[in-house]
Design a protein around this ligand. Sequence first.
Ligand SMILES: Cc1cc2nc3c(=O)[nH]c(=O)nc-3n(C[C@H](O)[C@H](O)[C@H](O)COP(=O)(O)OP(=O)(O)OC[C@H]3O[C@@H](n4cnc5c(N)ncnc54)[C@H](O)[C@@H]3O)c2cc1C
Length: 460
Amino acid sequence: MTESGTTYDLVILGGGSGGYAAALRAATLGLSVAVVEKDKVGGTCLHRGCIPTKALLHAAEVADSAREGEQFGVRTTLEGVDMGGVNKYKDGVVDRLFKGLQGQLKARGITVIEGEGRLTSPTTVDVGGTSYTGKNVILASGSYSRSLPGLELDGHRVIASEHALTMDRVPESAVVLGGGVIGVEFASAWTSFGTKVTIVEALPRLVPAEDADCSKTLERAFRKRKIAFKTGTAFESVEVVDNGVKVTVAGGEVIEAEVLLVAVGRGPNTSGLGYEEVGVALDRGFVTVDPNTLLTSVPGVYAVGDIVPGLQLAHRGFQQGIFVAEHIAGLNPTPIDEAGIPRVTYSEPEVASVGLTEEQARDKHGEVDILNYNLGGNGKSQILKTAGFVKLVRAKDGAVVGLHMVGSRVGELIGEAQLIYNWEAYPADVAPLVHAHPTQNEALGEAHLALAGKPLHFHD
Ligand SMILES: Cc1cc2nc3c(=O)[nH]c(=O)nc-3n(C[C@H](O)[C@H](O)[C@H](O)COP(=O)(O)OP(=O)(O)OC[C@H]3O[C@@H](n4cnc5c(N)ncnc54)[C@H](O)[C@@H]3O)c2cc1C
């Protein structure tokens, strides 16, 4: 049966970043849209990801400020962290944004269907026995916290990020399995709250997807913050004991802690949803798409967000959702340049980047020019007492193909970095731009001045 006999222009399975962005854009373009959502619109990012973790990290920054006030001549003491209060603040932020999103969807006439959807044909999604028909369908079912073979999450001692976000206490100690973005963010926030953290990462460095210099500087900062980390170290097993866990890593070393946070990546939610039965091609669980259209192997069925291979980031999902909506509406949008998607790790310090790492640029372009601008020369960074750098990578005498930054709050600089990257700018194009003083943005300006051969506050 089709609900009220309605055929929508677009039915979207999943109301997270990718799904709801597609819905909002499509409705704005005059398409009739239904979104099927089994939990809450906003998905992982709003309820269990980007927003609550960043609220946690902001509370962590407040704790650091209280602890470190003396450095700035302000007498403060950190009396403690009330996780109930932190959670109330965090949940309040999420709730306001959730209500705002619900209002946006309603105001644009988008039908939200609550329940678990299943693709039953290229044009239909079944929800509890009712079939919803769309001239086009977008799959946007998102991702789940992965674990390792044989490592069971119990949600209590062996936890994933969604459990960590609802903890009613600051753990005294934690082992964080995985030194990627999610692991590093929790390690940073918990350390600020007073947890003794040890990160275990199988690859040779923290944030291994980033430029090697970013890893080096982040590791130095973490050492200074007394965040222990073991890189190039495989996890072997965990034993849950009365008051915590005993984690065994390669070499037989045992680390005892109150909790083990498993942050080893996210898998696509694509099984049991009818995708393969309808003919949607999957590769290791991810949906295969044509990068120029985001069409799956089934005509009229698109996929966006974390189920599509590539960076699992909310803003990529948003952009893909907008792209597909415009494609369906016949606007002929420009395909998304995956390399131009900015990446930010919101730890203390932050890591922000866009484009190619030095290693990738050497592989692609052969000879490259590299410029490292130390934040020691940037007034605002000195005011903030942060260490770090801006690193520019360009093809020999060519355009800037990678920008990498480490330092407190450098995530806020990524907008300009992304413009430079997407503009395919030469250092000489960026050098004349006037940057307000004192800002951290000036570091980007100074780096380009130096690379253009006109260094100001910079010398090798
Ligand atoms: C701890 C953490 C921190 C993060 N921080 C950031 C960050 O700072 N910045 C950033 O860019 N990204 C961040 N991410 C990643 C970001 O959350 C995801 O990339 C983004 O949410 C993906 O959007 P999506 O639409 O693909 O999937 P999701 O947001 O996961 O949404 C999928 C939706 O589909 C629904 N669904 C699934 N199956 C069905 C079904 N059968 N029927 C109906 N509904 C269904 C789900 O309930 C969910 O609401 C973070 C992720 C985590 C876990």
